[in-house]
Design a binder for this molecule. Structure first.
Ligand code: AMP
Length: 182
């Protein structure tokens, strides 16, 4: 059982470490590792992220490399689903579908094994943090290429001022996050 003192998302928030100018100047990086290194906090986080999906019929968690895979693996275990990795181009060994998305400078490509999701499969997409939504949008495109049914996108943290939620909801995909930052 999670300790009562860490049962609320407000308490998890106190553990998040703000790191200015990482990985480059002007970015305030939300370091979530202090949550993961605390046994009670980690358990509380997984419980709270998984709770809304307990009776959702979710069949697969697609975890976005790399931090989304950490959360995604724990959620998949809790929800008794499978886990598939969404990875940067060139990392997956088997045949893949690909989607490109814009970064601040240039473009990145992300991949999913072509047999990771079957048509109609109920999929949850998981990442650690929602910023502009570009990364999650690419993951959505991959699952949709395989005709998966995306029942939600799930994030531990959301930077609301970057409006990623609106971007994903415009695609018809529900968004759930635990820790929100204005
Ligand atoms: P975006 O595609 O803009 O939504 O960016 C989301 C991805 O970038 C996630 O995989 C995050 O891990 C990472 N990310 C973006 N901004 C931050 C931030 N301020 N702190 C921590 N991670 C971030």
């Amino acid at each position: 059982m999670p300790s009562p003192s860490l049962s609320k998302s407000a308490d998890l928030k106190t553990l998040v470490r703000d790191v200015p100018d990482f990985p480059k100047k002007g970015i305030l990086f939300k370091d979530l590792t202090p949550i993961w290194q605390d046994a009670d906090a980690f358990r509380s986080m997984v419980d709270q992220l998984a709770a809304p999906y307990k009776n959702s019929g979710a069949q697969m968690v697609a975890g976005i490399e790399s931090r989304g895979l950490i959360l995604g693996a724990a959620m998949a275990y809790e929800l008794r689903t499978g886990l598939v990795p969404v990875r940067k181009a060139g990392k997956l060994p088997w045949k893949t579908v690909k989607a490109s998305y814009a970064l601040e400078y240039g473009e990145a490509t992300t991949e999913l094994h072509e047999d990771a999701v079957t048509p109609g499969m109920k999929v949850l997409i998981v990442d650690d943090l929602l910023a502009t939504g570009g990364t999650a949008e690419a993951a959505i495109a991959l699952v949709q290429k395989l005709q998966g049914d995306i029942i939600g996108t799930v994030f531990l943290a959301e930077l609301k001022f970057l409006s990623g939620r609106q971007r994903l909801e415009k695609l018809g995909v529900p968004v759930f996050s635990l820790l929100q930052y204005d």
